[in-house]
Design a protein around this ligand. Sequence first.
Ligand code: K7E
Ligand code: CUA
Length: 651
Amino acid sequence: MLAIALPASLAIHSCKPGKISSNLDADAAQKVYVAPGKYDEVYAFMSGGFSGQVAAYGIPSGRLLKVIPVFSQNPENGYGYSEETKPMLNTSHGFVPWDDSHHPELSKTNGEDDGRWLFINGNNTPRIARINLATFKTDEIIELPNIGGNHASPFCTENTEYVVGNTRFSEPLDYDKNDVPIDSYKKTFKGAVSFVKVDKESGAMNLAFQLIVPPFNYDLAHAGKGVSHDWVFFTCYNTEQAHTLLEVNASQRDKDFVMAINWKKAEELISQAKGTKMPANYAHNVYSEKTHTATSTIEKETQILDVTKFPGLVYFMPCPKSPHGVDVTPDGENIVASGKLAAVIPVFSFKKMLDAIDKKDYDGMVDSSIPVLKYESVLKGEVKKPGLGPLHTEFDGQGYAYTTMFVSSEVVKWKIDNLEVVDRSPAYYSPGHLVIPGGDSKKPYGKYLVVMNKITKDRYLPTGPELCQSAQLLDISGEKMKLLLDFPTIGEPHYAQAIPVDKVLKNQVKFFKLEENTNAYATKAEKDSKVVRNGKRVDIYMTAIRSHLAPDNIEGIKVGDEVFVHVTNLEQDWDVPHGFAIKGANNAELLVMPGETCSLKWSPDRTGIFPFYCTDFCSALHQEMQGYFRVSSADANTPIKYSIGVNPVTQ
Ligand code: K7E
Ligand code: CUA
């Protein structure tokens, strides 16, 4: 989400709407054409913004490959509707079936994307999710306490030691006295930076500690790498500490800050037991590939460090005009921050930052304890006249940086060593983030750039009042950026990560092994399918294989029962899911992967015959893959009875 206050004269697009794009490559069609049956070169994982999901696209074709459900229920495959996946969306507030996801982040090894996991933030009800790129499923979601708006999140340190996140809305800590007047903001509100530890082997996350920081709005982050390995950088705005009409009140000061945190030092302090344990209340949801079931645990403790008490942990670098993005060059030496309202792009030098810290080259203190380093002392230089409204920067590994200009609606290429602008390419229109494969890592794959736009105006066929969101693919292999392709996206794409396909392909899971399925309701063979009544609860152990469901005739269900249909897909082959749906169920379908078990809850509300069927066209006889429930009145004596074909299933 971007809220930018601008003088009216600036609040127009510099690029006039028009069908022809001036920067279109003459060979564009050739360069994006991926012949039928051929694979794309790169996966792009784009946040779905207010859809709460992630979408995987092939680049250069721009073809949508999959929507990966993360924070929102997804009727298309039953995520968040099946009994197994409902716990994934549990929070300390109960079931929250939606979020706003902005920043996908690939796991890193030695500062390079390793293709194992993709992390993404839930912005609204603060959460971090981990997607397993072997299965393209969300494996874990952890809620973050003490935070409102998990926007500056989740960013990986160089070896994915941590994913870090910071709060957009400062607020009183959960277990402080938190029922306070809003105008006590400066006194009672706090920021909290979360460090989520990631297990090297399994990817399992846990909230290691939180740093309590001044009540600013924290916007974005990137971790250092190489020389700056030990540090993580956050932008913050609203250093005015306003709590109303931020549009005006948070734009008073000429400079806000980039906050530099020495996470190694924080880790050390925690290991020396300098942290304070504090009661907390947050959900930690884990999906198991063996049980095919998620469990949700409510955690009761967090560990905090008040940064004002530990000198050397945090420094502020002044940054002009409402900073938004902060990005670190592949060598880890330069920190690029983008002030949304600034006329320059400041580039900070990590080396100069260390020198300034050494020399105590301060320009005052925040909260009388956190040093503000002198702007001139930490600055490498400013990119002059880059355009209007700089937001985000990525790198090509060839010594160039590319920054989106929201207001002047363009991508600007500049040289990192001399900070000269060398090229600009219009974006249609108002770009937010951009992504280069590996563009925030030590090793960018600097061939493509995808810019994600907030507004499309006349670029696509109209679709009523809401027009589609869009990405644009640029070829950046040459001196000049060349536009290749427009393609629409789901939700509102903010950040994205992209990675050459090899790193992801080699880990792909094609199906789940049936013998390893330890779901409590798994049925491993058709002969074991059965119906079990226990009071008003009825469990149906059903199997699916081309092209029948077993059992397919079920009687003895009564109005008022709670029916759980546990469908195990017996197939052991790639690309053979079976679906399952029941007429009138207040639920979505199930989409069961080979070797997996999924459960649908159904409360029949009337007597009659209720058909069920497979929803995924799985074979030539898919339309035959069906069955019937007979539902009797609550006081009827219809016995439980189930069968398939001429051979009754053993009772
Ligand atoms: Cu710039 Cu939420 Cu990353 Cu959107 S944020 S653009
Ligand atoms: Cu199984 Cu259609």
